[in-house]
Design a binder for this molecule. Structure first.
Ligand code: 13P
Ligand code: SF4
Length: 319
Protein backbone atom coordinates (compact mmCIF):
# COMPACT_ATOMS: atom_id res chain seq x y z
CA UNK A 1 0.00 0.00 0.00
CA UNK A 2 1.03 3.58 -0.67
CA UNK A 3 0.70 4.97 2.86
CA UNK A 4 -0.07 8.51 1.65
CA UNK A 5 -2.92 7.71 -0.72
CA UNK A 6 -3.95 4.29 0.69
CA UNK A 7 -4.30 3.03 -2.88
CA UNK A 8 -2.74 -0.31 -3.83
CA UNK A 9 0.49 0.32 -5.75
CA UNK A 10 0.43 -1.21 -9.20
CA UNK A 11 3.52 -3.24 -9.96
CA UNK A 12 3.76 -3.03 -13.74
CA UNK A 13 6.72 -5.38 -13.94
CA UNK A 14 4.53 -8.23 -12.66
CA UNK A 15 2.10 -7.80 -15.58
CA UNK A 16 2.28 -9.11 -19.11
CA UNK A 17 1.60 -5.72 -20.67
CA UNK A 18 1.07 -7.06 -24.19
CA UNK A 19 -1.70 -9.40 -22.98
CA UNK A 20 -3.24 -6.71 -20.76
CA UNK A 21 -3.35 -4.25 -23.70
CA UNK A 22 -4.98 -6.84 -25.97
CA UNK A 23 -7.61 -7.51 -23.25
CA UNK A 24 -8.23 -3.78 -22.73
CA UNK A 25 -8.71 -3.29 -26.47
CA UNK A 26 -11.56 -5.84 -26.36
CA UNK A 27 -13.05 -4.52 -23.13
CA UNK A 28 -13.09 -0.88 -24.33
CA UNK A 29 -13.96 -1.66 -27.97
CA UNK A 30 -10.81 0.33 -28.75
CA UNK A 31 -8.76 0.58 -31.90
CA UNK A 32 -5.00 1.06 -31.52
CA UNK A 33 -3.52 3.29 -34.25
CA UNK A 34 0.27 3.29 -34.37
CA UNK A 35 2.73 5.44 -36.31
CA UNK A 36 5.87 3.88 -37.81
CA UNK A 37 8.14 5.87 -35.47
CA UNK A 38 6.88 4.13 -32.33
CA UNK A 39 8.90 1.53 -30.41
CA UNK A 40 8.73 -1.91 -32.05
CA UNK A 41 6.87 -3.46 -29.09
CA UNK A 42 4.08 -0.90 -29.60
CA UNK A 43 4.11 -1.44 -33.38
CA UNK A 44 3.53 -5.17 -32.75
CA UNK A 45 0.26 -4.40 -30.91
CA UNK A 46 -1.22 -2.13 -33.59
CA UNK A 47 -4.62 -2.68 -35.17
CA UNK A 48 -3.43 -0.30 -37.88
CA UNK A 49 0.08 0.95 -38.48
CA UNK A 50 0.70 3.70 -41.00
CA UNK A 51 1.75 7.19 -41.98
CA UNK A 52 -0.19 10.30 -40.94
CA UNK A 53 -2.63 10.10 -43.84
CA UNK A 54 -3.35 6.38 -43.45
CA UNK A 55 -3.92 6.83 -39.71
CA UNK A 56 -6.20 9.85 -40.26
CA UNK A 57 -8.22 7.73 -42.70
CA UNK A 58 -8.43 4.88 -40.20
CA UNK A 59 -9.57 7.35 -37.53
CA UNK A 60 -12.24 8.70 -39.89
CA UNK A 61 -13.56 5.22 -40.71
CA UNK A 62 -13.37 3.32 -37.42
CA UNK A 63 -16.42 1.89 -35.62
CA UNK A 64 -14.53 1.58 -32.32
CA UNK A 65 -15.73 3.53 -29.27
CA UNK A 66 -12.22 4.50 -28.23
CA UNK A 67 -9.24 5.51 -30.40
CA UNK A 68 -5.90 4.90 -28.73
CA UNK A 69 -3.26 6.82 -30.66
CA UNK A 70 0.35 5.73 -30.34
CA UNK A 71 1.85 8.67 -32.17
CA UNK A 72 2.22 12.36 -31.42
CA UNK A 73 -0.28 14.97 -30.23
CA UNK A 74 -1.23 16.45 -33.64
CA UNK A 75 -2.09 12.95 -34.91
CA UNK A 76 -4.36 12.17 -31.95
CA UNK A 77 -5.86 15.66 -32.19
CA UNK A 78 -6.68 15.05 -35.88
CA UNK A 79 -8.45 11.82 -34.83
CA UNK A 80 -10.51 13.87 -32.34
CA UNK A 81 -11.29 16.55 -34.97
CA UNK A 82 -12.73 13.77 -37.13
CA UNK A 83 -14.47 11.96 -34.24
CA UNK A 84 -16.01 14.35 -31.70
CA UNK A 85 -18.09 11.57 -30.10
CA UNK A 86 -15.27 9.11 -29.59
CA UNK A 87 -12.80 9.05 -26.75
CA UNK A 88 -9.26 9.63 -28.08
CA UNK A 89 -6.39 8.61 -25.82
CA UNK A 90 -2.69 9.50 -26.18
CA UNK A 91 -0.23 7.69 -23.85
CA UNK A 92 1.76 10.89 -23.15
CA UNK A 93 0.23 14.32 -23.75
CA UNK A 94 3.74 15.81 -24.01
CA UNK A 95 4.37 13.84 -27.20
CA UNK A 96 4.43 16.97 -29.36
CA UNK A 97 6.24 17.84 -32.59
CA UNK A 98 8.81 20.56 -33.31
CA UNK A 99 6.87 21.58 -36.42
CA UNK A 100 3.64 22.09 -34.49
CA UNK A 101 5.48 23.90 -31.69
CA UNK A 102 7.29 26.16 -34.15
CA UNK A 103 4.03 27.56 -35.51
CA UNK A 104 2.04 29.25 -32.72
CA UNK A 105 -1.50 30.07 -33.89
CA UNK A 106 -1.59 33.78 -32.84
CA UNK A 107 1.64 34.54 -34.76
CA UNK A 108 0.53 32.45 -37.71
CA UNK A 109 -2.81 34.34 -37.75
CA UNK A 110 -0.91 37.65 -38.13
CA UNK A 111 1.25 36.19 -40.91
CA UNK A 112 -1.91 35.04 -42.72
CA UNK A 113 -3.52 38.48 -42.30
CA UNK A 114 -0.47 40.10 -43.93
CA UNK A 115 -1.18 38.06 -47.08
CA UNK A 116 -4.97 38.22 -47.56
CA UNK A 117 -4.80 37.14 -51.22
CA UNK A 118 -3.20 33.77 -50.31
CA UNK A 119 -4.95 30.54 -49.39
CA UNK A 120 -3.39 28.52 -46.56
CA UNK A 121 -2.34 24.92 -47.05
CA UNK A 122 -1.01 23.43 -43.84
CA UNK A 123 0.95 20.26 -43.28
CA UNK A 124 -0.94 18.03 -40.83
CA UNK A 125 1.99 18.47 -38.35
CA UNK A 126 0.36 21.53 -36.75
CA UNK A 127 -2.05 22.30 -33.93
CA UNK A 128 -5.85 22.28 -34.25
CA UNK A 129 -5.69 26.08 -33.86
CA UNK A 130 -3.45 26.37 -36.96
CA UNK A 131 -5.66 23.86 -38.83
CA UNK A 132 -8.61 26.13 -38.00
CA UNK A 133 -6.77 29.00 -39.77
CA UNK A 134 -6.12 26.84 -42.85
CA UNK A 135 -8.05 26.16 -46.05
CA UNK A 136 -6.68 22.69 -46.73
CA UNK A 137 -4.56 20.23 -44.75
CA UNK A 138 -2.07 17.88 -46.39
CA UNK A 139 0.44 15.23 -45.39
CA UNK A 140 3.75 14.31 -46.96
CA UNK A 141 2.01 11.60 -49.00
CA UNK A 142 -0.65 13.80 -50.63
CA UNK A 143 0.91 17.31 -50.60
CA UNK A 144 1.99 17.35 -54.26
CA UNK A 145 -1.37 15.93 -55.41
CA UNK A 146 -3.28 18.58 -53.42
CA UNK A 147 -1.16 21.54 -54.56
CA UNK A 148 -1.54 20.42 -58.18
CA UNK A 149 -5.34 20.78 -57.83
CA UNK A 150 -5.09 24.46 -56.85
CA UNK A 151 -5.62 26.89 -59.77
CA UNK A 152 -2.27 28.21 -61.07
CA UNK A 153 -3.09 31.88 -60.39
CA UNK A 154 -4.04 31.23 -56.74
CA UNK A 155 -1.35 32.37 -54.29
CA UNK A 156 -0.51 29.88 -51.53
CA UNK A 157 0.93 30.06 -48.02
CA UNK A 158 2.43 26.71 -47.03
CA UNK A 159 3.08 25.98 -43.34
CA UNK A 160 4.78 24.94 -41.14
CA UNK A 161 7.57 22.86 -42.77
CA UNK A 162 9.90 24.87 -45.03
CA UNK A 163 11.73 21.73 -46.20
CA UNK A 164 8.58 19.94 -47.33
CA UNK A 165 7.43 23.29 -48.80
CA UNK A 166 10.63 23.66 -50.85
CA UNK A 167 10.34 20.07 -52.02
CA UNK A 168 6.75 20.69 -53.21
CA UNK A 169 7.81 23.89 -54.99
CA UNK A 170 10.46 21.91 -56.84
CA UNK A 171 8.05 19.10 -57.76
CA UNK A 172 5.13 21.29 -58.85
CA UNK A 173 6.87 24.43 -60.08
CA UNK A 174 4.44 26.43 -57.91
CA UNK A 175 5.66 29.47 -56.05
CA UNK A 176 4.52 29.28 -52.41
CA UNK A 177 5.10 31.51 -49.41
CA UNK A 178 6.71 29.31 -46.75
CA UNK A 179 6.51 29.39 -42.97
CA UNK A 180 10.04 28.91 -41.56
CA UNK A 181 9.48 25.69 -39.55
CA UNK A 182 11.47 22.46 -39.55
CA UNK A 183 11.63 19.03 -37.95
CA UNK A 184 14.36 18.63 -35.32
CA UNK A 185 14.89 15.02 -36.37
CA UNK A 186 15.04 15.33 -40.16
CA UNK A 187 17.14 18.49 -40.18
CA UNK A 188 19.95 16.71 -38.29
CA UNK A 189 20.84 14.31 -41.09
CA UNK A 190 24.28 15.11 -42.36
CA UNK A 191 24.78 15.33 -46.12
CA UNK A 192 28.52 14.80 -45.63
CA UNK A 193 28.06 11.61 -43.57
CA UNK A 194 25.47 10.28 -46.03
CA UNK A 195 27.96 10.77 -48.89
CA UNK A 196 30.63 8.95 -46.83
CA UNK A 197 28.20 6.08 -46.20
CA UNK A 198 27.32 5.89 -49.88
CA UNK A 199 31.01 5.79 -50.79
CA UNK A 200 31.47 2.81 -48.45
CA UNK A 201 28.24 1.16 -49.70
CA UNK A 202 28.08 2.10 -53.40
CA UNK A 203 25.15 -0.23 -54.14
CA UNK A 204 22.93 1.25 -51.45
CA UNK A 205 20.06 3.52 -52.50
CA UNK A 206 19.49 6.67 -50.46
CA UNK A 207 15.84 7.12 -49.45
CA UNK A 208 14.63 10.22 -47.61
CA UNK A 209 11.56 11.81 -46.06
CA UNK A 210 10.70 15.23 -47.58
CA UNK A 211 11.16 16.86 -44.16
CA UNK A 212 14.95 16.48 -44.73
CA UNK A 213 16.97 19.49 -45.84
CA UNK A 214 17.32 20.20 -49.56
CA UNK A 215 21.00 19.14 -49.62
CA UNK A 216 20.02 15.66 -48.37
CA UNK A 217 16.98 15.41 -50.68
CA UNK A 218 19.25 16.28 -53.65
CA UNK A 219 21.31 13.17 -52.88
CA UNK A 220 18.29 10.86 -52.52
CA UNK A 221 17.34 8.17 -55.03
CA UNK A 222 13.78 8.28 -53.70
CA UNK A 223 11.83 10.78 -51.59
CA UNK A 224 8.52 9.95 -49.94
CA UNK A 225 6.34 9.73 -46.85
CA UNK A 226 7.04 6.97 -44.34
CA UNK A 227 4.62 4.56 -46.04
CA UNK A 228 6.01 5.45 -49.49
CA UNK A 229 9.57 4.75 -48.25
CA UNK A 230 8.47 1.38 -46.85
CA UNK A 231 6.71 0.47 -50.12
CA UNK A 232 9.79 1.50 -52.13
CA UNK A 233 12.06 -0.81 -50.11
CA UNK A 234 9.65 -3.71 -50.66
CA UNK A 235 9.28 -3.19 -54.39
CA UNK A 236 12.73 -2.01 -55.46
CA UNK A 237 15.15 -4.84 -56.35
CA UNK A 238 18.06 -3.12 -54.53
CA UNK A 239 19.39 -4.95 -51.49
CA UNK A 240 20.76 -2.03 -49.47
CA UNK A 241 19.16 1.23 -48.43
CA UNK A 242 20.45 4.26 -46.54
CA UNK A 243 17.35 5.48 -44.68
CA UNK A 244 17.08 9.22 -43.99
CA UNK A 245 14.08 9.32 -41.71
CA UNK A 246 13.30 8.42 -38.09
CA UNK A 247 14.83 5.03 -37.37
CA UNK A 248 11.57 3.47 -36.02
CA UNK A 249 10.40 2.64 -39.53
CA UNK A 250 13.38 0.35 -40.13
CA UNK A 251 11.61 -2.25 -37.96
CA UNK A 252 8.81 -2.58 -40.56
CA UNK A 253 11.32 -2.46 -43.44
CA UNK A 254 13.28 -5.37 -41.96
CA UNK A 255 10.11 -7.38 -41.31
CA UNK A 256 8.93 -6.87 -44.89
CA UNK A 257 12.33 -7.60 -46.47
CA UNK A 258 14.43 -9.64 -44.02
CA UNK A 259 17.07 -10.35 -46.65
CA UNK A 260 17.79 -6.63 -47.28
CA UNK A 261 20.16 -4.30 -45.44
CA UNK A 262 18.93 -1.01 -43.97
CA UNK A 263 21.47 1.57 -42.82
CA UNK A 264 20.11 4.47 -40.72
CA UNK A 265 21.36 7.79 -42.12
CA UNK A 266 23.71 9.35 -39.58
CA UNK A 267 22.94 12.62 -37.81
CA UNK A 268 25.52 15.40 -37.82
CA UNK A 269 26.52 14.97 -34.19
CA UNK A 270 27.30 11.76 -32.33
CA UNK A 271 23.83 11.51 -30.84
CA UNK A 272 20.64 9.51 -31.19
CA UNK A 273 19.12 12.52 -32.99
CA UNK A 274 17.56 10.30 -35.66
CA UNK A 275 15.08 9.20 -32.97
CA UNK A 276 12.09 11.49 -32.52
CA UNK A 277 12.16 12.42 -28.82
CA UNK A 278 8.43 13.17 -28.90
CA UNK A 279 7.41 9.87 -30.48
CA UNK A 280 9.61 8.01 -28.02
CA UNK A 281 7.80 9.55 -25.01
CA UNK A 282 5.14 6.88 -25.56
CA UNK A 283 6.14 3.64 -23.88
CA UNK A 284 4.32 0.34 -23.55
CA UNK A 285 3.80 1.09 -19.83
CA UNK A 286 2.17 4.45 -20.60
CA UNK A 287 0.10 2.82 -23.35
CA UNK A 288 -1.23 0.26 -20.85
CA UNK A 289 -1.90 2.90 -18.18
CA UNK A 290 -3.76 5.24 -20.54
CA UNK A 291 -6.06 2.40 -21.60
CA UNK A 292 -6.59 1.23 -18.01
CA UNK A 293 -7.25 4.76 -16.66
CA UNK A 294 -9.03 6.23 -19.71
CA UNK A 295 -6.59 9.17 -19.74
CA UNK A 296 -4.76 11.26 -20.88
CA UNK A 297 -7.59 12.09 -23.22
CA UNK A 298 -7.59 14.59 -26.12
CA UNK A 299 -10.25 17.25 -25.50
CA UNK A 300 -11.07 20.03 -27.94
CA UNK A 301 -13.17 23.15 -27.80
CA UNK A 302 -16.15 22.43 -30.10
CA UNK A 303 -15.98 25.74 -32.00
CA UNK A 304 -12.29 25.18 -32.72
CA UNK A 305 -12.91 21.56 -33.70
CA UNK A 306 -15.57 22.54 -36.24
CA UNK A 307 -13.22 25.13 -37.78
CA UNK A 308 -10.39 22.58 -37.97
CA UNK A 309 -12.68 19.91 -39.43
CA UNK A 310 -13.38 21.71 -42.71
CA UNK A 311 -9.76 21.81 -44.01
CA UNK A 312 -9.15 18.27 -42.69
CA UNK A 313 -12.17 16.94 -44.61
CA UNK A 314 -11.02 18.77 -47.75
CA UNK A 315 -7.72 16.90 -47.47
CA UNK A 316 -9.51 13.55 -47.31
CA UNK A 317 -11.66 14.49 -50.31
CA UNK A 318 -8.73 15.76 -52.40
CA UNK A 319 -6.29 12.90 -51.79
P1 13P B 1 4.43 10.65 -42.42
O1 13P B 1 3.11 11.25 -42.73
O2 13P B 1 5.27 10.41 -43.62
O3 13P B 1 4.26 9.41 -41.60
O4 13P B 1 5.28 11.69 -41.56
C1 13P B 1 4.93 12.09 -40.29
C2 13P B 1 6.04 12.69 -39.57
O5 13P B 1 5.87 13.24 -38.51
C3 13P B 1 7.34 12.62 -40.17
O6 13P B 1 8.28 13.17 -39.31
FE1 SF4 C 1 7.47 16.04 -35.58
FE2 SF4 C 1 9.84 15.52 -36.63
FE3 SF4 C 1 8.92 13.99 -34.66
FE4 SF4 C 1 7.80 13.86 -37.12
S1 SF4 C 1 9.89 13.29 -36.53
S2 SF4 C 1 6.73 13.97 -35.16
S3 SF4 C 1 7.97 16.00 -37.75
S4 SF4 C 1 9.45 16.18 -34.51
Amino acid sequence: MDTLTQKPVLNLSSLNLEEEIIELKKKLNAVLLVHYYQESEIQDLADHIGDSLQLARQAAETNADVIVFAGVHFMAETAKILNPNKKVLLPDLNAGCSLAEGCPAPIFKKFKEEHPDHIVISYINCSAAVKALSDIICTSSNAVKIIEQIPKEQKIIFAPDKNLGRYIIKKTGRDMLLWEGSCIVHETFSERKIIELKTGNPNALIIAHPECEESVLNKADFVGSTSALLKFTKENPANEFIVATEEGIIYQMKMASPEKIFIPAPPDANCACNECPYMKLNTIEKLYLCMKDGKPEILLDEELRVKALKPSKRMLEMS
